[in-house]
Design a protein around this ligand. Structure first.
Ligand code: CMP
Length: 138
């Protein structure tokens, strides 16, 4: 069993896509082990995306991620890191495969509806960033 962090970003929440995204996870047999809504502060968003600090899009990404509430979830299942990334599709929705969340709903490379951890190490950091042990239902 593996765990990963999923975020329904502010664009997804504002556009009423929470249910749609969760439905896609659940219908693939992915279990939601924790979930909450967060309205990230600048400091919280900066800490979460610290690896991207030097990227040219960082400032804009911070404005976007702090523009409204997001839903953060711990997803659990076999190979769930890869499975979630498959369901999301490529970061750039124009390159995302048909039927993926980003291909179906993203509006630009930044406003791409969802985030998912990209490796076991990242997942551990990202889950711990938003959830303590007691909040994750085993
Ligand atoms: P995410 O998978 O959450 O990781 C970093 C985020 O930065 C990405 O999704 C997008 O929302 C945003 N972003 C904006 N521009 C770019 C870009 N050119 N390349 C990668 N990510 C970008």
């Amino acid at each position: 069993m593996e765990r990963t962090l999923s975020i329904i970003k502010p664009d997804g929440v504002a556009r009423g896509l929470i249910g749609e995204v969760i439905k896609r996870f659940e219908s693939e047999g992915i279990r939601i082990a924790a979930m909450k809504m967060v309205f990230m502060s600048k400091a919280q968003a900066e800490g979460f995306y610290a690896v991207h600090r030097e990227r040219p899009f960082f400032g804009s990404l911070m404005d976007f991620m702090t523009s409204g509430p997001a839903v953060v979830m711990v997803l659990e299942g076999e190979n769930v890191i890869a499975k979630n990334r498959e369901l999301m599709g490529a970061t750039n929705y124009k390159e995302a495969a048909e039927g993926t969340i980003r291909r179906d709903f993203a509006t630009d490379i930044e406003k791409n509806v969802v985030h998912g951890s990209d490796s076991p190490e990242t997942a551990e950091f990202e889950i711990g960033y938003f959830f303590n042990k007691l909040e994750i239902v085993g």
